[in-house]
Design a protein. Structure first.
Length: 213
């Protein structure tokens, strides 16, 4: 499949102007920016990126994951870019990817730079991507999306769960020992969203009151 760009118009929320977004395929020109963001402790803690993270890791991600993923029609990756209100120049602030399994289920993952959090950027990006993925007349027409977050020292990634919870994902359970990094084994929470389910919380929030994201 040819990569698809997604344009999301500027918005206003709680009296604040939110920038327009462009979701497009990451390229080698983004390698330095990706490398810089992936030094952030939160991203190293909660994602499955290599550690330590080098520029070669960024180029490998683009050349060995992003490009062949679109070509094979199995993994779709978008860079989330905020557009400057004055000149329209894009700034990469996050990443969003979907892996399609043999059963046709999409597994979604995402990360966002710390300086882009707290203004709904990931929520807006995910909303449009999910609409596209579930569109029965669109190029993907997925029936279900899965979500997961790592659990570190018995603490789940609350920010990731809050983002998924707001969009209607239902938490299903805990899988033990599903990932290993830096000599440690990690559990994960899992959840899912069906194509015909509403994109709003299906249950009361069950986490801490203040969660960045």
């Amino acid at each position: 499949m040819q990569p698809l760009d997604i344009r999301i118009p500027a918005a206003r929320r709680a009296g604040a102007d939110l920038p327009a977004l462009m979701l497009s395929v990451p390229t080698l020109a983004d390698a330095d920016r990706i490398t810089d963001i992936c030094q952030e402790p939160d991203i190293q803690r909660w994602t499955t990126i290599p550690f330590p993270y080098s520029r070669q890791d960024a180029t490998d991600f683009i050349e060995k994951v992003v490009t062949p993923g679109w070509e094979s029609d199995r993994t779709y990756t978008w860079a989330i870019r905020e557009l400057d209100a004055e000149d329209g120049n894009p700034c990469l602030v996050g990443m969003l990817g979907v892996l399609v399994t043999d059963s046709g289920r999409g597994e979604i993952g995402y990360w966002l730079a710390s300086d882009a959090r707290g203004r709904g950027t990931m929520h807006r990006a995910l909303t449009d991507v999910i609409d596209l993925l579930f569109d029965p007349d669109g190029p993907f027409a997925l029936p279900v999306l899965g979500w997961a977050c790592l659990i570190d020292d018995d603490l789940p990634n609350w920010a990731s769960w809050r983002t998924a919870w707001r969009l209607g994902f239902v938490r299903e359970g805990r899988r033990r020992g599903v990932f290993r990094k830096n000599g440690r084994s990690f559990d994960e929470w899992t959840g899912s969203l069906l194509a015909d389910e509403p994109r709003e919380p299906s249950a009361p929030w069950d986490g801490p009151e203040r969660v960045a994201g």
